[in-house]
Design a protein around this ligand. Sequence first.
Ligand code: SF4
Length: 289
Amino acid sequence: MDREAPGEWNQALMELGAAVCTPRKPACPACPLRAHCRAWSLGLAEKLPEGKTRRPPVEVTVAAALIQRGDCLLLVRREQGRLMGRMWEVPQTSLESHGLPDLVREVEERHGLRVVPGALAVRARHAITFRRIRLEGYRAWLRQALPADPDRFRWASPEEVSRLPTSSMTKKLRINDVQTGRTPEYPDVRVHEYAASPEKVAQAAKEVLGRLPGWTLVGAGQGAAGHAIQAVHETGVFLLKEDITIQIRREGARTRVSVRSRSQVGPWDLGQNARNIREFLAALDALVS
Ligand code: SF4
């Protein structure tokens, strides 16, 4: 494995498995690894892998400590020899934990860091082999100075999180702009459709903005593409603001509502933009459906 770019090596292997060395019909004649492949040399390529009985899925909760310094997030390195060894991630509990109740103890045991967890900031789903993981990211603070060990600890900017070999959950945290149907990390944040007319839905959307705490209607207009509504959401505790754009238009017999939420400041949204969209659309559903 290339020690400088293990992520690219990993990506290349995944692409090989998806496009060339597929389980049912491996494309051996076109395979760049054929000269080194034992299965090919033994004539077993078509017979492998042997069928296995699938393990039933197991639900797991993993809690993560989201510790910020300015625009940077604290990353720790996984131990060598573990699954995804040497990869960077936010400090988090193991797959054997119960989530938040184990967070303080496990982060201290695994990384020697004493942390104080705060409010829940991010929720996400992830799957590794037979485990269905519910990820919960909590804002957190260090109770000590960070040990000077750049091989194990680092404050990472969003660009570094993109560049470093990091886990999927850690990558997800750098998002600060979410759109219905366009942000693959949040497949549940989808365009909503209604039978009511665009005018009725637009009126209901303004009512929702007037009712929800922390939301302010900034402007509204109508053009050939439909209704467009601008709003601002302010996060209570940290007074962070997000710009919200709501598009309402007719498509066939249905009225479609798409929403975008974009952070005004800071490179991390810690799940806030997705929460904004869910909150708004749930309130609109209750009023229109
Ligand atoms: S040569 Fe080996 S690695 Fe390549 S596609 Fe065939 S079985 Fe897979």
